[in-house]
Design a protein around this ligand. Structure first.
Ligand code: NBP
Length: 472
């Protein structure tokens, strides 16, 4: 009998099945399109992989309680597969949705499966193809007893952090797992855009060629910026197009696509009322990049300073500091959203554990995450990561470079939206006084929305101008 079943042999499903099999668990696999299962079984024969060609056969081969991992496209496909397998399952059986489902969909499906007594775990899986095969970061949420039943398999297949701990932990009920994965992806958007902005200003103003930039990112990856995304950026910048010999990055069309998890993070942050401007700016930067034809036209019509390559070691240092600070802010905003979501949605994860399971396997893995884990372990109620001693000092030490890099971008007309949004967040957060007094006065002026005063308690309304009593 198989320990687990797997439906959906896309890239992720195939690699996870191989990972599970290599760790000594029997896995029965099924895919809607039969040919894909046949090809998979032919290319990756393994005594622990059992190909099946009918859902009832797949289910019949599973140990009880049945554990069934769905690795199908998020959205309607998940509902379709659940509808097909539900009649074949018994109370206590466990469905595991390992795709990028929206957490609210996961919670709806959990309610729908409550009557037949089938558990649904929503599990965020990060690490792409390679991670799925060698060890992803797993973010599971849902009924805890169901998690206990899958924990041995998950702990065996997950990536291991430097301290040997598997990058998986139970994150809480409902859609907690998919929520954490959503925020992970939001942070991922911000980090990617921050790196792209550093690359851009160094290229356009610093005059650095891709080979030089590759060497720089390699060097940065050996110190405080060490992270998967910085590492792959160095590889990308080194890669040449075999046909033309040119840096391949120069031949890639500058139109970034997205699958929606970054946008969900921003939408959810707006709903919960948590500022995540680094993440939202990154989502919007992709929207702006998609306006390629408009941009090409506007480039001829809207003037601005033409970036001129000046070179200089100072700029490199400033950009390095700006990138580090922006990355810290991206994590800080993601963590602040996770903190608010815990009370909003009843999730039970500890932020230190979330940081711990992101240390390896996932796309946002970075040396910084050990410091983030440490910060929340030391002070679980820390309201914002930027306040932790390590990060407070780190930001203070780099803020001049951060400001200078951004100023260079502004002065040369190189857009750096995530760097700018992150610095504005830092400056807003550290401001004991913001101009919200004027906002309140404006609201009271046109809408009689009232205001509070700094010198005495109570609620006040003023007729600010004799001709304009309330125009609400
Ligand atoms: P895809 O997201 O491309 O999904 C392909 C699989 O879904 C195939 O097995 C396909 O079967 C199946 N499927 C579809 Br589409 N509609 C179906 C339906 N109505 N009934 C049954 N099966 C259906 O694959 P993926 O890239 O491996 O991703 C799987 C999940 O993991 C997604 O939610 C994705 O967002 C998430 N994820 C992906 C990555 C990554 O790097 N790719 C990373 C992290 C998470 P077929 O062969 O018959 O068409």
């Amino acid at each position: 009998m198989a320990s687990i079943g797997l439906i959906g042999l896309g890239v992720m499903g195939q690699n996870l099945a191989r990972n599970i099999a290599r760790r000594g668990f029997q896995v029965a696999v099924y895919n809607r399109t039969r040919a894909k299962t046949e090809t998979f079984a032919r290319h990756h024969p393994h005594p622990n992989i059992i190909p099946t060609y009918a859902l009832d056969d797949l289910v019949a081969r599973l140990e009880r309680p049945r554990r069934l991992l769905l690795m199908v496209k998020a959205g309607a496909a998940v509902d379709a597969v659940i509808a097909q397998v539900r009649p074949l399952l018994e109370p206590g059986d466990i469905l595991i949705d390992g795709g990028n489902s929206h957490f609210a969909d996961t919670e709806r499906r959990q309610r729908e499966l409550a009557a037949p007594g089938v558990h649904l775990l929503g599990v965020g899986i990060s690490g792409g193809e390679e991670g799925a095969l060698r060890g992803p970061s797993l973010m599971p949420g849902g009924p805890e007893e169901a998690y206990e039943a899958v924990a041995p398999i998950f702990e065996a297949i997950a990536a291991r952090a430097g301290d040997g701990r598997p990058c998986v932990t139970y994150l809480g009920p409902g859609g907690a797992g998919h929520y954490v994965k959503m925020v992970h992806n939001g942070i991922e958007y911000a980090l990617m855009q921050a790196i792209a902005e550093g690359y851009d200003v160094l290229r356009q103003v610093g005059g650095l060629a891709p080979d030089h930039l590759a060497a720089l990112f390699e060097e940065w990856n050996r110190a405080e910026l060490a992270s998967f995304l910085v590492e792959i950026t160095a590889h990308i910048l080194r890669t040449r197009d075999p046909e033309t010999g040119r840096p391949l990055v120069d031949l890639v069309l500058d139109r970034a696509r997205q699958k929606g998890t970054g946008k969900w993070t921003s939408q959810e942050a707006l709903d919960v009322g948590v500022p995540v401007p680094a993440i939202t700016s990154a989502v919007e930067a992709r929207f702006l990049s998609a306006l390629k034809e408009e941009r090409v036209r506007a480039a001829k019509l809207l003037p601005g300073p033409a970036p001129e390559a000046k070179g200089g070691m100072h700029l490199i240092e400033h950009v390095r500091e700006a990138l580090f600070a922006t990355m810290v802010v991206a994590y800080a905003q993601g963590m602040a959203l996770l903190r608010a979501a815990a009370s909003e949605h009843g999730y039970t994860y500890r932020l230190a554990d979330v940081a711990a399971i992101w240390r390896a396997g996932c796309i946002i893995r970075a040396a910084l995450l050990e410091e983030i884990r440490h910060a929340f372990a030391e002070e679980p109620e820390l309201p914002n990561l930027m306040l932790a001693p390590f990060f407070r000092h780190a930001l203070a030490a780099r803020q001049q470079g951060w400001r200078t890099a951004l100023t260079v971008g502004v002065n040369h007309g190189v857009p750096m939206p995530v760097t700018a949004a992150s610095l504005a967040y830092y400056d807003s957060y550290r401001s004991a006084h913001l101009p919200a007094n004027l906002i309140q006065a404006q609201r009271d002026y046109f809408g009689a929305h009232t205001y509070e005063r700094v010198d005495r308690p109570g609620t006040f309304h003023t007729v600010w101008h004799p001709n304009t009593a309330s125009q609400a």
